[in-house]
Design a protein around this ligand. Sequence first.
Ligand code: BES
Ligand code: ZN
Ligand code: MN
Length: 533
Amino acid sequence: MRFNVSASGFSGATGRGGVLAAPLIKEKGQSAHSTEIDRRSGGQLTALRAVGEGSATRFHFSSSPAGTLPADQLLFAGLGSAESLDRQAIVRWAAAVTRKLAGRNIRRLVIDAAPIVAALKGASPALRANGGASFGEGINASSKVKLDAAVLAVELIVRGVIEGSFHEGLDGKSQVDAFPAPLESVEILLPTGSDLTAAKAAVRRSEIIADGTVRTKRWANRPANEMPPLGIAEEARDRARAVGLRARIIGARELERMGAGMLMAVGRGSENPPCMVVLSGGAPRAKDPLGRRLAMVGKGVCFDTGGISIKPADGMEEMKMDKNGAIAVLEAAATVAQLDPGRVIHAVAACVENMPSGHATRPGDVVTALNGKRVEITNTDAEGRLILGDALHFAERDLGATHLIDVATLTGIVYSAFGGEVAGSCGTDPAFLDEAHLAARRAGEVLWPYPLADAYMKNMDTWSADMQNSGTREASLIRSGLFLREFTTVPWVHLDIAGTAYRRSTAPWAGRGSTGSAHPTLVELAMGGGVRR
Ligand code: BES
Ligand code: ZN
Ligand code: MN
């Protein structure tokens, strides 16, 4: 699939045939642009509207012949009202357009970006600023750059088209109902006068980011029989070699010797040994352009049975998704290495399989964490915080991380609270937490914070160790964060993606399975608003 951008409206189109996707935005009256489409298509928009089609409601589609417009067919695709637009909506619109073509033999897609550029031009400063308004607007000086609307439109459309071309079933099924359209060229038509050089650079960057998100989805979808802890390590080693990162695989024996007692305790029950995967870019003790040594730490539970505190059978098959955090951080490091070769970045994936067996950790067992704290494991199903505690401390102590972000499918309760669209966040440093929220806004992902209220520390008290890993139901989401905090001393942010990492049903913009959650946000955070330079 080749992307081509031009900056002379409909006359910028170069190929023949295929489909022209035209976004419809809810507007009072009809814009000159819609009038032109209607005229050049021979009144198709008017005709569609006469029978109740041609709706501008988001994800509503209608098609017609293209008339003298530069394609065979027109696909009208509703984008909603201009006021409701955000970056995620544009990515999803482009993904939905692409998915709409599945099952058809279409090789050329032309996207009329003019209405999107116009909407972005008129949009709130927060939408176009390389940051956001919801938390600490303006705190990050490096993210105050106001983006060119055409460049932003290109970036979001390219991401959407690439993500929309990924069909999750293809890796697993021998028969699929609808193959993605075999798109060879995607032409993005910008309004006359747009900055073409900047737009072309945006295509290249966006292709790299979207490729990483799609790889995250595909990799995280692999079942536990194909992707045990050492399978993640092997795959990560290949990725590192391909993108120029250093890879270090810390095996079970070394973890034991090192004293990673919490990670080892979770891994004990399985025949597949645990490991820690470390991908690093840049010189070992150097810092990134923002003066940070950022380590992204991910939960890589290849399968979570719950261990001896075993989960109910219903839906347990979904627990192969419990490695999404690990895959997201590994792919984010790979993406950063391609966007900015040599940039200082670390990814640490704690990989393990949580199984019950004669060797498994029992509720009530007490172990010593890598940082020396003694932890009573009262619930073996609260395993994520155990492996992450050791990995966070490792990143700080051995990699010298100055900033930590961990990503994990940590709690079922975050799904009850925030659902499938909003990831939970917490952290110890308000400025760094703001940075993470701004990064999410730039990336088109949604985070919402919850408080690390010290009052609930007492719910982890136990007479037999410094603390326990579970406790009563009270504030269990907050407690999952409080537990992790015990293993960090530098600015740290935690993202709980248990709700957002995985889709059980299809949407217009995505199929089932892994969503690639957190990958785009991590890339933005690591690049510190410098993705566009
Ligand atoms: N991996 C699960 C969390 C999860 C649940 C992810 C549902 C995705 C969907 C995690 O290891 C877990 O089991 N958490 C427990 C914690 C509890 C024992 C304190 C939970 O949420 O019930
Ligand atoms: Zn888990
Ligand atoms: Mn669990």
